[in-house]
Every structure is written in C-alpha cells, then in structure tokens.
Design a binder for this molecule. Structure first.
Ligand code: ZN
Length: 264
C-alpha cells in the first residue's frame, strides 16, 4: 500500500474516532435531556456504522502490514528476476526500479527482456499482424496517481473511503501490487481493437500471442479460468515475461505463475 494511501486510511480512521467521540457526547447529552430520543437513536445508528467502518479499515491496515512483511521475506529469498512474483499477496518493493529500454514509442520494459520482446513484436508484424503495446512499464508513482484519481472519483460520487477503496481495487491495481512496475509485463492489443475487454481475445493478434508468446519467454498471465488463483479477472491482453523455460512449462501445463512457483 502506498504511503499516501496509508495516510488516507489513517486520516479516515482518525476521522472515525473523532466523529465517534463527538457523537458519543451528543448522544449522552441527548439522553440526559430526554428530549430527543429519536435523534439519539439515529445518532446511535450512525455511530454503529462508523464503528463498523472503522473496524473494517483497521482490519485492512493490519492485513496490509502482514502482506508487506511477507513480501520482504519473499523477495529476499529469490534472485531469479524473471520469476519475480507480484500479486495481491506479494507486493513489489516501491523502490524497485529496473533498468529500462524502450521497445515502442514511449513504452519501455526491463532492458533484459527488450531483445525477446522486440523479436516477438517484429515476428508478429512479419506474420501480418498489427500489435499495439498499450502499456508496458509503469512505475509506482504512475500507479499511485491512477489509483488515487480513481478512488477520488468514487469519493466525489458519495462513496465512503472504504467503499471507494474496494471499488477502485476492482479495476486498478493498488500501487505496489501491479506487475507493470516490474518492467516484465505488457498490455498488448490489436491496433484495430484496443478495448480492454474479453473481446480482445477474439482478435487475430491476441490469438497469435496466446499461441506463440512462450517462444519468446512470455505467458498469458491472467487466463480466464484461473482468476481464483491469480486474483485478477481474465485479461487477454496482459503478457508477462518469465523466461523461455518457465514460459514453455507454464503454457504447456496450463498453469499460472503462482502454481509454477508453488504458492497457489
Ligand atoms: Zn496489464
């Protein structure tokens, strides 16, 4: 979780505590005066809701803390950069910064996979396909901006902090939990159809990628039938470099990176 997010949640918690205390005083006062029973009831209800939200947020913070601790351990144990795992349970150190190389205009990847990536794209082009790299490396700050903007939209629409956070999480990876920050992932679409939805899978570009990506060390990272393992919905555009050997095995066995690494 980002520092900013943490601060946001902390602020929400503090607000909850202050509001709770303020309501407590009001309720006591109301009860003493015996004048506004109905109002007191409503306040009590609000207080209960606030307490519930506060508790949920606290749980969220706790969960995040333990996840971050686990991540530190997991990254220490492996020196195989190709197999770097980033998902809901394995965040990436926000200071992780791969050496980058541009593979398309304004799109960069980890320099170590640039050659394979360029080969894949040029082979596809030679086969008459029109690939478009919609997104490649995105750093922590970019991800944070996207996340905060989306969450802000939800709050502006009247959502609570918690609801806004949950809703945003469904469509935007939390900063630190996006594979794009590794420089090993790309969203590749057909130049003729650039929407990020299931129909992307029907384009000839996607079909070619699904069939051939492993030859260049890539896998389709979030298959349709593996959401319960990856934690991410079907994304027929998201390709992840894992190295040729792992890619072959993962695609042949129809497994996920999590399963390959034995952490599913
Ligand atoms: Zn992606």
């Amino acid at each position: 979780m980002s520092v900013k997010m943490n601060r946001k949640i902390k602020r929400a918690l503090a607000f909850g505590a202050v509001a709770g205390a303020a309501l407590g005083v009001l309720i006591t006062f109301a009860a003493a005066s015996k004048a506004v029973d109905k109002k007191a009831e409503a306040f009590a209800k609000t207080e209960k809701t606030l307490k519930k939200e506060k508790k949920a947020l606290e749980e969220q913070v706790e969960k995040q803390k333990s996840i971050e601790a686990a991540a530190t351990l997991s990254t220490k144990g492996t020196d195989d950069w190709e197999l770097l795992l980033v998902n809901d349970n394995y965040p990436l150190d926000q200071k992780y910064e791969p050496e980058l190389e541009e593979i398309a205009e304004g799109r960069s990847v980890d320099a170590r996979i640039a050659e394979d990536t360029k080969k894949m794209l040029s082979d596809a082009k030679e086969a008459g396909l029109k690939m478009y790299v919609l997104s490649a490396y995105r750093n922590y700050e970019d991800q944070k901006t996207v996340f905060n903007e989306t969450m802000g939209d939800w709050i502006n629409q009247g959502s609570t902090y918690l609801d806004a956070y949950e809703e945003t999480k469904k469509s935007v990876a939390i900063p630190g939990y996006s594979e794009h920050a590794t420089g090993l992932a790309m969203d590749i679409v057909s130049e003729d159809y650039q929407d990020l939805d299931d129909k992307q899978a029907d384009t000839k570009e996607s079909k070619w990628l699904a069939e051939n990506c492993y030859k260049y060390g890539f896998i389709l990272r979030y298959p349709s039938d593996k959401s319960d393992i990856t934690g991410i919905v079907y994304e027929p555009w998201h390709y992840r470099y894992v190295g040729k050997e792992a890619a072959k095995e993962i695609m042949e066995k129809n497994i996920t990176l999590e399963e390959y690494l034995g952490v599913a």
